[in-house]
Unconditional design. Structure first.
Length: 444
């Protein structure tokens, strides 16, 4: 039996790195957030490492309050719109997949269908759409709402939204475009399908004005961790970003999510689960620990207190740094990011750390792996062999240095073990991920 090959994605959430203090680090590139040259360099680095996917996280709004904290941790405060950026990067790369976030709550199906179809053509079949319902109040207010619609309603809209987008991608059958100069016919009208849709959230009569994407459908990504989100993923997602923070949690999440797919008529191999992993690699474990400690020491208390409180959904600004958070200050349940909320609450209840200890060591929906190339490869191999992941969504504290270290030191070790490709397979992003090309739902 062939050894399963690890799938890898590079998450770009902040240009300088995932840690809140990454932009302060001596190795950070000033002006990187608005530099197409910088992003091209990072995408090319991931492609040199034979990654499957280069992924841009996004939220369509700036933060508008607590600006003292956000000024010290400028998450999504100065960033490119993903589709614009990825279209530019398509010309700087050749094989790596190009994924971006776009919200179903604050755009229209036709826009998304057209934009991602365009990206798939521009990139010759490398586009991926991260479907989100949006989970912060800044976005709602940016689009004229006082607060986000209820969680269940957002997912209800998302299901209808994705169905419409896929129907629009099927407007043209694969061989509908003829460009037949002899007959004077550009496309076959019998293979062009107009969509008539009238549902609870959308009414549409029309057709997409671009031929079917090279992949049929750009790859669908999702990261929902709630029960509703998991069902949505089981129905639609082809890549899922896992939020487990240890191996046992990863095994449970993997088994449960893939176990839900049958009720939607899908086989487990139609989805790849990428566990979130923040990597700090050194030539020795001690070197990696020193690198991690150095960047954690740059965290400003205002940022740590606010960042933790944001995910715990409670104001922590009045609490002393070196005492535990009182249990009566913890909300009964999450309204926004359930996985992050549950992670923090579990840490408080099991270890009862001080507020400072908690924010210094909080890893948002991922775990940080420190060590030598062999240590990193051991962990990845264990997750694969235990059935906890099909691969990993990687973040790095400081870029480009930490990403370069991973490509130069860890990739060769994975290859030596037979766990990772030594060259790209032929084909499109779906071929790299081992996902089938969807048939056109309207074709005879």
């Amino acid at each position: 039996m062939a050894t399963p090959q690890i799938k890898l994605a590079l998450l770009m959430q902040c240009a300088a790195g995932i840690h809140p203090a990454s932009w302060i680090h001596d190795g950070a590139v000033k002006g990187a957030a608005n530099s197409i040259e910088y992003y091209a360099m990072m995408a090319q680095l991931a492609e040199r490492g034979l990654f499957d996917l280069f992924f841009i996280a996004d939220t369509p709004a700036a933060r508008t309050n607590d600006l003292e904290a956000w000024s010290r941790y400028p998450l999504f405060m100065n960033s490119f719109e993903p589709l614009t950026l990825l279209s530019a990067l398509a010309g700087s790369t050749k094989r790596i997949g190009l994924g971006g976030t776009a919200s179903t709550s604050f755009t229209e199906p036709y826009n998304i269908a057209r934009q991602f179809a365009g990206l798939d053509h521009i990139s010759h079949g490398r586009a991926a759409w991260n479907v989100v319902t949006s989970a912060n109040a800044y976005v709602a207010k940016n689009f004229g709402l006082d607060e986000l619609p209820p969680h269940g309603l957002r997912y209800e809209r998302a299901r209808e939204f994705v169905g419409i987008v896929r129907a629009l991608w099927d407007t043209f059958e694969d061989d509908a475009i003829e460009e037949n100069k002899a007959t004077g016919r550009y496309f076959d009208p019998a293979k062009f399908h107009v969509l008539h849709h009238e549902g609870k959230h959308f009414k549409l009569h029309g057709a997409l004005n671009i031929s079917r994407p090279p992949q049929g459908y750009p790859v669908t990504i999702q990261a929902g961790a709630s029960d509703t989100g998991k069902d949505f993923a089981a129905e639609f997602a082809e890549v899922v970003f896992g939020t487990a923070t240890n191996l046992d949690e990863g095994v449970a999440f993997y088994s449960e999510l893939k176990g839900r797919m049958a009720k939607f008529g899908r086989a487990p191999d139609q989805m790849k689960i990428l566990a979130g992993l923040n990597v700090v690699v050194g030539r020795t474990r001690a070197e990696a620990e020193d690198k991690h400690a150095a960047i954690k020491a740059l965290m400003h208390p205002t940022v740590g207190r606010f960042f933790l409180g944001n995910d715990l959904e409670v104001d922590l600004s009045d609490l002393p740094l070196d005492e535990p958070i009182p249990l009566d200050r913890i909300p009964k349940e999450a309204r926004f990011h359930k996985a992050y909320f549950d992670q923090i609450v579990a840490e408080i209840r099991t270890r009862n750390p001080t507020l400072r200890e908690l924010f210094m060591n909080y890893e948002r929906g991922k775990s940080t792996l420190l060590g030598s190339p062999s240590d990193i490869a051991d962990m990845m191999q264990a997750w694969m062999e235990r059935g906890a992941a099909d691969g990993f969504m990687l973040t790095f504290n400081q870029m480009p240095a930490d990403a370069e270290a991973f490509v130069d030191l860890v990739i060769p070790e994975l290859q030596r073990r037979g766990l990772y490709r030594t060259e790209y397979e032929a084909g499109q992003l779906r071929d790299l991920l081992g996902l089938a090309r969807p048939r056109n739902q309207f074709a005879a």
